[in-house]
Design a protein around this ligand. Structure first.
Ligand code: NAG
Ligand code: NAG
Ligand code: NAG
Ligand code: NAG
Length: 402
């Protein structure tokens, strides 16, 4: 009883409002071009009020409790962790699979172990998307992106026309880069949605049972300059994430669960999604680590690999991950909630007080997974749904400002 994906999706915006002042730039000869461009987007951004300061460098306490579904990883019990997952796979190497059956995928990888699937993305019409295609068809449309001058913790979020981003998308340096990360752009353009084909491994998706007001969007456009990167984080609700690279190369670091202590995970952060949830982010940029400040990070173990154009990555539920674009890279990310991760996802929904777990029906435990999800969703109070709707409207309003 697969729950089919549909093409109308709701949006979990990652945009906060709030005043933002940019540092003034000292334009040096060598970096002049890039600084002028960053300067230009700052002016645009200030006009548009679509800006926010990422605040990953705060003083929050770190989380002490660890992922309760897995044994605690201490730095030298990796074997035990792997055994828990019933995998004999090595953390040293990612599996690349072609013609992988759904059964084997669900059995071996789904919500447990990362895998790169090599024969799905090349059949998508989206695999043919190019810079010219976007500039020609959507050049004037506004996208959301973040820009960094300095460290990852100094990222600024803003919205500007696609063509302005595209003019600079090949430019970047270790301390100066931009990253288009727009959750609304594709889902709001049905023609683009049609270019992304159905994936058998993602067919069962209980997110499709979420009310429209709080349903996560399912196709985030990610287009980064060289050196651009994500934060080190777990996806919202600990869902299973997917990432399809269309052009370029992504370098990944994926941390098996149980290592929160080594990653200095922020405590009590909220995602700002339409359906509220905790946000599990680490202040650490794994490509630029301050070991004096985060000494235990040395004990953390990651699977590291490059993902090439045409490969689809499945990121298991609860794995911390950071993506780094080695060159200009275009990708689409999505997520799934299915039999193998729905318990964790629902726990995260309860944890954020969207509904009280105590109000569940007495016979809840006897329900099928699908019935459980439907029941929880039917219990979401009106104010939670209204808030979800407002979060989406506010995000859209910001993008379309000016
Ligand atoms: C590993 O296999 C055992 C025995 O088949 C099973 O009970 C357990 O749930 C499996 N662990 C995971 C994480 O799937
Ligand atoms: C793919 O796998 C199926 C069985 O799962 C097999 O019948 C088929 O021949 C395989 N195709 C290719 C191209 O290897
Ligand atoms: C990509 O474009 C080429 C050339 O126009 C075409 O032959 C091919 O079928 C396209 N690929 C997909 C998956 O649509
Ligand atoms: C989700 O991941 C976070 C961070 O590792 C962990 O603290 C939390 O317990 C996880 N939630 C569930 C339901 O496993």
């Amino acid at each position: 009883m697969g729950v089919k994906r549909r093409q109308t999706k709701q949006k979990p915006p990652r945009i906060d409002t709030g005043g933002e002042e940019r540092k003034s730039h000292v334009v040096s000869e060598s970096r002049g071009n890039y600084l002028v461009w960053l300067g230009v987007i700052c002016v645009v951004a200030m006009g548009a009020v679509t800006v926010c300061k990422y605040n990953e460098d705060g003083d929050d306490d770190v989380i002490n409790d660890v992922h309760h579904l897995v044994p605690k990883f201490t730095g030298d019990n990796l074997e035990e962790i792997l055994k828990y997952y019933n995998v004999t796979h090595s953390i040293d190497k990612i599996d690349r699979r072609t013609n992988l059956s759904l059964e084997e995928y669900l059995d071996v990888y789904d919500a447990k172990w990362p895998v790169l699937i090599t024969d799905v993305v090349p059949t998508w019409p989206a695999f043919n998307w190019t810079k010219d295609f976007f500039v020609k068809n959507y050049g004037e449309d506004r996208i959301t992106m973040k820009g960094v001058e300095g460290t990852l913790s100094e990222a600024t979020s803003l919205a500007l026309p696609m063509k302005v981003f595209a003019q600079h998308s090949h430019m970047g340096s270790p301390r100066m880069w931009t990253y288009l990360d727009d959750e609304l752009f594709i889902p709001h353009r049905p023609k683009l949605m049609q270019d992304i084909e159905h994936v058998i491994y993602l067919e069962e998706d209980y997110f499709q049972l979420f009310p429209a007001e709080v349903k996560p969007w399912s196709a985030m456009l990610l287009w980064g300059t060289p050196y651009s990167r994500s934060t080190l984080h777990i996806d919202p609700y600990n869902w299973t994430g997917t990432n399809a690279v269309l052009k370029g190369t992504k370098r990944w670091k994926l941390y098996p669960p149980g290592q929160d202590d080594f990653l200095y995970v922020f405590k009590n952060r909220r995602s700002g999604f339409p359906l509220d949830c905790y946000k599990y982010n680490s202040p650490i940029d794994t490509h630029d680590v301050n070991l004096k400040r985060y000494p235990n990070f040395k004990k953390a173990k990651a699977m590291e690999f490059d993902q090439h154009a045409g490969e689809l990555l499945m990121i298991p539920s609860g794995w911390f991950h950071q993506a780094y674009n080695v060159e200009e890279t275009m990708a689409i990310s999505s997520q799934v909630m299915n039999n193998n991760n729905y318990k964790a996802v629902l726990q995260e929904v309860f944890k954020a007080d969207n509904i009280n777990e105590k109000d569940l029906p007495n016979n809840y435990d006897s329900f099928s997974p699908e019935q459980k999800v439907k029941t929880v969703m039917s219990m979401l109070p009106r104010n939670v749904l209204e808030r979800g709707k407002k979060v989406t409207q506010d995000a859209l309003g910001q993008i379309n400002a000016i």
